[in-house]
Design a protein around this ligand. Structure first.
Ligand code: FAD
Length: 421
């Protein structure tokens, strides 16, 4: 069987490296007429088995060769890039024009903009800037029959029909393949201050967040929380402390430390470290190590949930009771408190199927009960493809399934991803 463009074999899989949209379209058309499935892959940094091939007859579309910035338009504050462009390349290009592409995650030198948009990535500054969908201005996509749809756009105001490209944000490639993207840039703030703060309770952390959000609003870009156990492993300190990472960006070169200390003198808040304008600050490095520690110390059962801010205390109290009564589960929690996203990780000992299933039932039901989401920023992939049916209202689930059937009747793009076909 002759593939429409050159392919190689990697780990027994067919891999194609298209150089442009037309070649992506040819591959998809070829799959439509044959028994092959299509699986787009970016940096493969997703955490939900989204790029794990399921069928022997799969063409992996590797976007390595579609990695070009096509234009940085400083008049319209729009950058246009191919789907395989690294996030870091986009950030750097914006930076070189003194502008900002305000989405950042730790593996920015590996992940691609197509993968980021497909997973609707959040990250460390979602509190201020939102998810990546808020920074997309239009997309070019290839549908399952090979049709190329061009929704690229430089306009701020455009209600000439609904923004159909939004369907492709967060749908993990099951509706179509992202080949190019128009992305919004914003002016860069001049100064950045990062604080590492030790505090002895969750409720005080929430009070601090509310205060800072009200006082500094858009200048408050990050508010991260690290719970006591991961804090103690990371900083070698007392097991009862929480650590917060707070970042403020503004055009004033200001030290907020005195203000924080004055307002919160009653809170036993200790500002352990402050860093200004560091491209790669020591504090953020610790945040990365925190994620790797979770594997190092065997906290391998992971839940990526989000909760309304006013439900965090209730949720954590229930978890405390649960873990006190069930010693086989040890929590290792951290999260983006600013945007409500909590990474609940557990060590399960003994590690049995039954224990893991009891734990996930407990976490998911508790999350839903507290009006939260059971998939906050990592998506669903193959790993969590049972959740939509279980926890979404049935009519919403059916609507999604029908949409998929309409856009990809042969299930060539990501069969069983998001939900079981
Ligand atoms: C250390 C670490 C930290 C992380 N931190 C965060 C974080 O803070 N916030 C967060 O949200 N995520 C985070 N992630 C998850 C991950 O980085 C993101 O999901 C990222 O957006 C994936 O990009 P990628 O290029 O690696 O995509 P891949 O992993 O290659 O693909 C992701 C999904 O998108 C599909 N896809 C890929 N390219 C395309 C395309 N062009 N068109 C259509 N579909 C496509 C794939 O089939 C797959 O389903 C983290 C991951 C790691 C390893």
């Amino acid at each position: 069987m002759k593939f429409p463009i050159k392919t190689i074999k990697r780990n027994n899989q067919i891999v194609a490296f298209p150089k442009n949209t037309s070649e992506v379209s040819k591959l998809v058309k070829f799959a439509k007429k044959s028994k092959y499935h299509i699986l787009p892959i970016g940096g493969e940094t997703n955490r939900v088995d989204g790029t794990k091939p399921q069928f022997e007859k799969t063409i992996l579309i590797d976007f390595k060769k579609m990695n070009r910035i096509e234009e940085v338009d400083t008049n319209n504050f729009i950058i246009t890039a191919q789907g395989g462009t690294l996030l870091k390349t986009i950030q750097k290009s914006a930076n070189s024009k003194k502008l900002l592409f305000p989405v950042n995650i730790a593996p920015n030198d590996k992940c691609t903009i197509g993968g980021n948009i497909s997973t609707n990535v959040g990250g460390l500054q979602t509190l201020r800037y939102g998810n990546i969908e808020d920074h997309v201005n239009g997309l070019e996509v290839v549908l399952s029959d090979g049709t190329i749809l061009n929704f690229l756009n430089k306009l701020k105001k455009d209600n000439f029909g609904p923004k159909l490209w939004k369907l492709f944000c967060g749908s993990e490639g099951i509706f179509g393949i992202i080949t190019r993207a128009s992305l919004k840039l914003i002016p860069k703030k001049d100064y950045k201050s990062t604080y590492l703060i030790q505090i002895n309770s969750l409720n005080k952390s929430i009070r601090l967040l509310k205060y800072l959000r009200n006082k500094y609003f858009d200048n408050l870009t990050s508010f991260e929380i690290i719970f006591p156990l991961p804090s103690s492993l990371l900083f070698n300190e007392n097991k009862n402390n929480y650590n917060l990472i707070i970042e403020i960006q503004s055009n004033d070169n200001k030290n907020y430390k005195n203000e924080l200390n004055k307002h919160f003198s009653s809170m036993n808040l200790v500002i352990n470290k402050r860093e200004d304008n560091k491209a790669k600050s020591w504090i953020w490095k610790k945040r990365e190590i925190l994620v790797y520690n979770q594997i190092k110390y065997n906290f391998t059962e992971k839940f990526d949930i989000s909760l309304p801010l006013d439900k965090w205390s209730t949720f954590i109290n229930k978890i405390d009771t649960f873990t006190k009564n069930n010693k086989e589960f040890t929590p290792y929690f951290f999260g983006h408190l600013g945007d409500g996203n909590l990474h609940c990780n557990f060590k399960v000992n003994p590690f049995t199927k039954k224990n893991c299933s009891n734990l996930s039932k407990f976490i998911y039901e508790l999350t839903i009960k507290n009006q939260g989401s059971v998939a906050a920023e990592h998506g669903l992939g193959l790993k969590k493809n049972n959740l939509l049916k279980k926890y979404k209202p049935n009519k919403n689930y059916i609507f999604l399934k029908n949409l998929k059937k309409h856009l990809d009747p042969d299930f060539k793009l990501g069969k069983n991803k998001l939900f079981k076909a």
